[in-house]
Design a protein around this ligand. Structure first.
Ligand code: AMP
Length: 399
């Protein structure tokens, strides 16, 4: 898959619109707690500034759902970019309103303008044509460097590309790097290939699980999604997270794994708690013995040992989604232990997803991973072999 390359564009002195993914986690005081995504976008921004471009940066942050919500303002992101680049960043007060359009029109070479949160506009997630057109009208060139949202057909990701021909649009360096790396893994994974899939819900990763099955040798399940499978198998899972409407679907995945001879592992023990809280009573129990009314919030030590053994001979590991409620120390041990094991492994290790990236960074093993993808959903969809809508429009047409 060859993407339109930013280096082939004649950018000198032009206005460039860069769709970035600055959807960064914030702490309770509104501080950016992990700026990996911002730092990852810097090369493309630098490259454009070095070509004397006027640079327009656009991103979403959180889910304001078409409303202007102050806590989702990109102001802290603009400040962080200013610090990283040591250059002023002008922040527009809207996305495609009077202020943004005026500031974009007045932008000079070497200046940086940041639009407000794209999702303040309801049309963004609806791939609204009007919005795409307005965004496109601000610049002569379009660059997508937002791998994390490239699996979404949104106005600033997909719709906008229709207003630029192949000489005026391209993938940024981050998008190139992610697609290249993950592409290699899909085409030629060194086997055995294991996927560790966790996180809260099966629903978000259902399709990914089905599509991953033909590609991997083993799947290890953790996190809240495990309980839908365990319930399907007839276990009493107490008050654990479960998606009752997906019990049949869980069965279908298990059947399909069996048919394809993919080894499918579920937690054999869990850390169960009386309440969803850090200071609640908790105990380690086999998955069959979750006390009634209690909830499983982490994988237990026997599962950690089992998963280590399962991963021992593996040559490629893809990890997406935490093994438990890692945000609470009490339920972070399973995730932490798996993170250390994956980090120490000599396998090619790929971590995808904001939460998983956050957790490996928290315990300081991020440098040990082969690759940390900035996009969770996007990396999964790519590994499933899907063509992402934001990427499709930036592909070099085969002649
Ligand atoms: P996701 O966004 O689907 O990748 O899910 C990540 C979230 O899943 C994290 O915030 C975890 O706290 C949460 N999570 C992981 N394990 C569990 C569990 N056993 N019960 C409830 N939530 C969980």
């Amino acid at each position: 898959m060859e993407l339109l390359n930013i280096k082939n564009l004649d950018l000198a002195g032009e206005t460039v619109f860069i769709r970035c993914d600055f959807n960064v986690p914030m702490d309770e005081f509104g501080n950016i707690s992990d700026d990996r995504r911002i730092r990852s976008a810097i090369s493309t921004i630098h490259y454009c500034l070095d070509q004397n471009c006027a640079v327009i940066l656009a991103s979403h942050l959180g889910r304001p759902e078409g409303q202007v919500v102050a806590k989702y303002s990109l102001a802290p992101v603009a400040k962080r970019i200013q610090q990283l680049l040591k250059r002023d960043v002008i922040l527009a007060s809207d996305v495609v309103g009077e202020d943004a359009l005026a500031k974009a029109a007045a932008l000079k070479e070497g200046e940086i303008l940041m639009l407000e949160n794209l999702r303040y506009e309801a049309g963004e997630t609806k791939n609204n044509e009007e919005l795409s057109k307005k965004l496109a009208s601000m610049a002569a060139f379009y660059i997508n460097d937002a791998f994390g949202v490239s699996h979404r057909a949104h106005a600033s990701v997909e719709g906008i590309t229709r207003y630029f021909d192949n000489e005026h649009k391209a993938a940024g360096f981050l998008l190139q790097k992610e697609i290249e790396f993950l592409g290699k893994i899909i085409q030629n994974p060194v086997r055995p290939f294991a996927a560790i899939v966790g996180g809260s819900k099966v629903s978000g990763k259902l399709e990914a699980l089905i599509n991953l099955l033909p590609k991997v040798d083993k799947i290890l399940i953790g996190g809240g999604m495990a309980f839908t499978f365990l319930k399907h198998l007839g276990y009493d899972i107490g008050a654990s997270l479960v998606e009752d409407d997906l019990l049949d679907e869980a069965g279908r995945i298990l059947e399909e794994a069996k048919r394809l001879d993919v080894k499918f592992y579920l937690p054999i023990d869990v850390v169960a708690a009386e309440k969803f809280s850090e200071d609640t009573l908790s105990k380690i129990v086999p998955s069959q013995e979750i006390p009634s009314g209690w909830m499983g919030l982490d994988i237990g030590p026997a599962t950690v040992r089992l998963y280590r053994e399962v991963l021992n001979d593996v040559q490629t590991i893809l990890w997406n989604g935490p093994m438990g409620v890692y945000e609470m120390e009490k339920f972070a041990r399973g995730s932490n232990k798996i993170a250390h094991f994956v980090a120490d492994s000599y396998a090619t290790t790929v971590v995808g997803g904001g939460d998983t990236a956050d957790l490996v960074q928290r315990i300081g093993v991020d440098e040990e991973m082969t690759f940390i993808s900035t996009g969770g959903g996007a990396s999964l969809e790519l590994l499933e072999g899907k063509i992402l809508p934001g990427v499709a429009s930036l592909m070099v047409q085969e002649k």
